[in-house]
Write a protein that binds this ligand. Structure first.
Ligand code: 4NP
Length: 155
């Protein structure tokens, strides 16, 4: 059975597309492409249909990681379709998802899986432009998340 992972932030143009692209690379490198599906969405509809922010595209290109997704808003099916792992970028995203969809047992914050930082929320780079710092946090979280999934799902 396919393990389904959905990364969620506010706009789906900065942080969650970055996490989707990084995690997809980790999944591919681990030979798990046919076992784990990866997607991302935003709690807001502000940027629906747009490509990733230039800052996210620059950081991903620097690491030779492809991404060509477009922003979409998270919807009720995302929370009901047996998505195994809903991975929010920060506590505001968690609060908003719980407000809109109720308690979601499969909802976690990305950095709860990170081993090399004590930061729990991936900061929003939309205004601060700290895309390189965000990349390091996302990479740390994605590494731990893949380990956790491999252990949980025995893959
Ligand atoms: P993201 O960043 O949630 O990481 O995609 C943001 C993108 C857009 C806005 C805020 C954060 N905005 O207010 O439009």
């Amino acid at each position: 059975m396919m393990v389904r992972v959905l990364f969620i932030c506010l706009g789906n143009i900065c942080r969650s597309p970055m996490a989707e692209a990084v995690f997809q690379k980790f999944v591919d490198d681990a030979g798990l492409t046919d076992k784990i599906s990866v997607d991302s969405a935003g709690t807001s509809a502000y940027h629906v249909g747009e490509p990733a922010h230039p800052g996210t595209r620059r950081v991903l290109a620097h690491h030779d990681i492809p991404y060509d997704g477009r922003a979409r808003q998270v919807n009720i099916e995302d929370t009901q379709n047996g998505k195994s792992y809903l991975i929010a970028m920060d506590s505001d995203n968690v609060a908003e998802l719980n407000r809109r969809f109720g308690e979601l047992p499969s909802l976690h914050r990305l950095l709860d899986f990170a081993d090399h930082t004590s930061v729990h929320d991936v900061p929003d780079p939309y205004y601060s432009d700290n895309f390189d710092y965000v990349y390091r946090l996302v990479e740390d979280g994605c590494q731990g998340l893949l380990q956790t999934i491999r252990t949980n799902e025995a893959i």
